[in-house]
Design a protein around this ligand. Structure first.
Ligand code: 5GP
Length: 175
């Protein structure tokens, strides 16, 4: 694979941002016990760091989504391959996503979760690619706003590689 590195987000920068989000969640949900629902696989490192910086009790679950017809979520044909297992009726839910790009994945999941009648649904994403938005979604907590490049590292993959990198690279893929 040929690529150029456009940008690097260091471990330290990520850690400060995650701390900031965690503090906001901790104060917004002070007397509640939110259920954080992570979208696998990309969110796993972000989620692990985030919950250890949140200072209030919470519950945790994961969902997994697959897109079919194409290997990109942008095809718009999404299905759920692992559902929420906790009971979330009447509870405050925070969806934790790695990247919101077109917004298709998130809007599909929000509709699905709404059917389970939680008290509220908020969205937390590490990266917001706002310029590529196709479906409007409200983001309540966000880490970085990025415009260009394909992001890898800190849980994010390119063909299942690079998830292990402790930092994020924004790549221009040239092959
Ligand atoms: P959306 O449905 O918002 O277009 O797609 C969101 C999903 O696409 C993300 O959860 C992520 O899995 C994937 N995605 C979008 N942009 C990138 C990127 O730059 N790098 C990686 N690794 N995945 C991406």
């Amino acid at each position: 694979m040929e690529y150029r590195i456009l940008k690097k987000i260091s471990e330290e920068t990520i850690s400060k941002k995650v701390e900031e989000i965690a503090q906001n969640i901790s104060s917004d949900y002070k007397d509640k016990e939110p259920v954080l629902i992570g979208i696998l696989n990309g969110c796993f490192i972000f989620m692990a760091d985030l919950i250890r910086k949140i200072s209030i009790p919470l519950e945790l679950d994961f969902v997994r989504l697959a897109s079919y017809g194409s290997n990109s979520a942008s095809s718009g044909r999404i299905r759920l391959t692992k559902d929420v297992e906790l009971l979330i009726r009447g509870k405050p839910v925070i969806i934790v996503e790695d990247i919101v790009d077109t917004g298709l994945t998130l809007s599909y999941l929000i509709k699905h979760i709404e059917k389970k009648a939680p008290e509220s649904i908020k969205v937390c994403t590490l990266i917001n690619k706002v310029e590529r938005r196709y479906k409007e979604v409200v983001i309540d907590y966000q880490g970085f706003d990025l415009k260009e490049g394909f992001l890898v590292g800190y849980g994010l993959d390119y063909g299942e590689n690079y998830r292990y990198l402790p930092y994020i690279l924004s790549l221009k893929i040239e092959d």
